[in-house]
Design a protein around this ligand. Structure first.
Ligand code: NAP
Length: 361
């Protein structure tokens, strides 16, 4: 057994007797005495080369790398299948929450209609703090950075890219196809064009307008499939009725809901990140490989690549919208399609951002 980290200080305090210490994970690739490579480097460059070459060498791989899977999932799945190698990635979505293997296993007999959830604890922490303390976005983001909830460069989280990566992986397990993650909508629509991506346009004023309507603002990721096989997918700040369990999902917690037939609705709640919860998923994958359970998708048909025309942004339906960018219209809501709303209000000369209101089922 060997452990590699280019930052040797990460070994301090660990009992590594009988474990070889290396400074570069690539030294583990292709070695006949290494059956399984666990990639926890992150990023898509070095980690991507390492995972691809391990699979090509027939080694099993466990990874928590959602950015890599969301961008190269189709190719890595193909490599694993071609070489008969195992690729498991439970920790990539929902940290401790056992949702991927459950979709591929216990729920495999279902036709999945929708996956929806709060899959980024950092942004949920920011929105919860803004809502409970009435603190401004910049102030809360600075605090979240100092507490380690956000990276020094928080854009991957606050612009919704991390949540979109996780949604792409959920789409593969729920609907059998890898989507183009860059085509998943992350910016709420505006009267003209789009508003700011992810939670970057959420203000305390918006949160208070939502509260007056008995709504809470949450960054939600959703993918649903219609009868024609078109998948509508988005990651957006939406207004959720305060009684909805999504609205009550607080701080760094994650919640993932699955709707399917015949199962109905099931939900998973737990810590979405952090060393201890994430290690639960990584070690679970290692034990699954030891038991011979195969890849995370084992038992499901090989994935296809989702054609662009079968990926929609889900905005083109009649729904209520929340905005406070229209003077005198604080918390304005209107049950209408985006096209109708734009046609009716474009003459105002404003460019209000429109946040979808998620109605209860
Ligand atoms: N943290 C979580 O709660 C969590 C939850 C779910 C999934 N994940 C995923 O887990 C992965 C790792 O996240 P993290 O937060 O643990 O990242 P991290 O704190 O940056 O740790 C990565 C470590 O890998 C080292 N490294 C870089 N290149 C290497 C190489 N070629 N060989 C050996 N070691 C190398 C880094 O050293 P240097 O600093 O010297 O580069 C660093 O010590 C990411 O894909 C992330 O998305 C994390």
């Amino acid at each position: 057994m060997a452990v590699a980290d280019s930052d040797a200080s990460r070994f301090e305090g660990l009992d590594l007797r009988d474990v070889k210490r290396l400074d570069d994970g690539s030294a583990l690739i292709g070695r006949p005495d290494i059956d399984v490579v666990v990639e926890l480097i992150g990023g898509i460059g070095t980690a991507g080369r390492l995972v691809a070459s391990a699979l090509d060498a027939g080694q099993s791989v466990v990874t928590a790398n959602k950015a890599l899977l969301a961008r190269r999932g189709m190719e890595l799945e193909q490599r694993a299948r071609d070489r008969g190698a195992v690729l498991r990635f439970e920790a990539a979505v929902g940290g401790a929450i056992p949702v991927l293997a459950t979709l591929a296993g216990d729920l495999a007999a279902n036709r999945i209609d929708r996956v929806r959830g709060i899959v980024n604890g950092s942004t949920n922490f920011v929105l919860t703090e803004m809502s409970e303390a009435g603190a401004a976005y910049d102030e809360v983001v600075a605090r979240a950075k100092s507490l380690g909830f956000l990276e020094a460069d928080p854009s991957t989280d606050v612009e919704g890219r991390d949540a979109a990566d996780k949604l792409a992986i959920l789409i593969r397990l729920a609907f059998g196809a890898w989507p183009d993650v860059t085509a998943i909508r992350r910016a709420p629509p505006a009267l003209r064009g789009d508003g700011p991506a992810g939670i970057t346009g959420v203000t305390v004023t918006l949160i208070e307008a939502a509260r007056r309507e008995r709504l809470a603002v949450k960054l939600v990721a959703e993918a649903s499939r219609d009868g024609a096989g078109v998948i509508s997918a988005w990651v957006l700040p939406v207004a959720v009725p305060v009684g909805d369990p999504l609205a009550r999902t607080a701080g760094a917690e994650n919640r993932i809901e699955i709707v399917g037939h015949p199962v109905g609705s099931v939900a998973f709640v737990g810590a979405g990140a952090g060393g201890a919860p994430t290690s639960s998923a990584v070690l679970g994958d290692l034990l699954a490989i030891a038991r011979g359970e195969g890849s995370t998708w084992a038992g499901l048909p090989p994935a296809t690549e989702l054609p662009a025309e079968r990926l929609a942004d889900g905005m083109d339906v009649a729904r209520r919208w929340l905005t406070c960018d229209l003077p005198g219209e604080g918390g304005f809501t209107s049950a209408t399609s985006l096209a109708d709303l734009r046609a009716r209000l474009t003459g105002s000369g404003l460019n209000a951002t429109l946040f979808p209101i998620l109605e209860g089922d």
